[in-house]
Design a protein around this ligand. Structure first.
Ligand SMILES: Nc1ncnc2c1ncn2[C@@H]1O[C@H](COP(=O)(O)OP(=O)(O)OP(=O)(O)O)[C@@H](O)[C@H]1O
Length: 275
């Protein structure tokens, strides 16, 4: 899948958007920290993630992207408000096999090979001898999807950072999830690998109809998304397509548009404070 540079991400065609979003949030609030001083890090936000498309969650470091993603996959405590994922409340046991989640730090075993890592996680997903053939096929396909077939026998500990990230992504692809939640998957990757990964995300959305929620603090990656959620300080600053955002902020790039919205929000906050 990654050997397809002919298909620029911008030109890939997302599946038609069905009515029900993959993720629906309303009044979503998250508090973090223990003891006497838990802080509100996500503050009563509302947003939708449309199905079959790539939604970029963008914003500066510390704005709450990882917390929001953890809430969507159901691993975050102290979440209140409405958060529905694939038609179920976030964290519902039925969602476990329907969501693939890649955390910021690649979660692979360094002392196992790429294939052994995948075999292990495949067995956790679908245990038992009866499923052995299906597991083997799923593992082979996931390794091919992330273009690591030639390194399948290499120890994960001997791979580059980008290759290790791709092993994590392959693990997330194992169960052919309907929703992929990817927390800054391109951090630290060189431009070629970043482009290849974005091509892969577009392939996955277009060929499988999967929904992808992907975070980044690199604004130029926003241009590669179908839809954007721009976050700042625990709030959603904008939900738009890159085109609509550029156009309504009269900006040449999403980054410029984002900065305009930040300035506007700051001005409004100051005016509010002096009232
Ligand atoms: N375990 C924790 N306890 C208390 N506060 C936390 C904890 N983890 C994160 N936070 C705070 O929650 C806020 C949001 O953090 P989060 O990791 O979600 O941001 P982010 O946008 O993903 O940042 P980055 O891009 O740097 O990963 C930050 O202010 C952070 O300090």
């Amino acid at each position: 899948m990654m050997n397809n540079p002919q298909a620029p991400p911008e030109e890939s065609t997302p599946h038609p958007v069905p009515a029900a979003p993959a993720v629906h949030a309303h009044g979503l609030t998250v508090r973090r920290g223990t003891g006497r001083n838990p802080r509100t890090v996500i503050d009563s936000i509302a947003f939708d993630v449309p199905r079959g498309r790539i939604t970029g969650l963008l914003g500066p470091s510390g704005c709450g992207k990882s917390t929001l993603m953890r809430s969507v996959v159901g691993t975050q405590a102290h979440v209140t408000g409405t958060l529905d994922v694939l038609g179920r409340p976030a964290g519902h046991p039925e969602l476990r096999s329907r969501i693939g989640y890649v955390t910021q730090a690649p979660s692979v075993y360094d002392d196992l090979t790429v294939r052994q890592n995948l075999d292990y996680f495949a067995a956790v997903l679908e245990p038992g001898r009866a499923a052995a053939d299906r597991r083997r096929d799923a593992v082979t396909r996931a390794i091919a999807d992330v273009d690591l077939t030639s390194r399948a026998g290499a120890l994960a500990g001997n791979l580059s950072g980008g290759q290790r990230s791709r092993v994590s992504l392959a693990v997330a692809l194992l169960g052919t999830p309907e929703l992929l939640v990817l927390d800054e998957p391109t951090v630290g990757l060189d431009p070629v690998l970043r482009r290849d990964l974005w091509n892969l995300f577009h392939d996955i959305a277009a060929t499988r109809g999967a929904t992808i929620l992907v975070s980044s603090h690199v604004m130029d990656e926003a241009e590669r998304c179908h839809d954007l959620l721009l976050m700042r300080e625990g709030r959603i600053l904008a939900q738009d397509t890159p085109d609509a955002l550029r156009s309504r902020t009269h900006s040449a790039t999403v980054e410029e548009g984002f900065l305009r919205l930040v300035d506007q929000a700051n001005t409004e906050a100051k005016a509010e404070a002096t009232r």
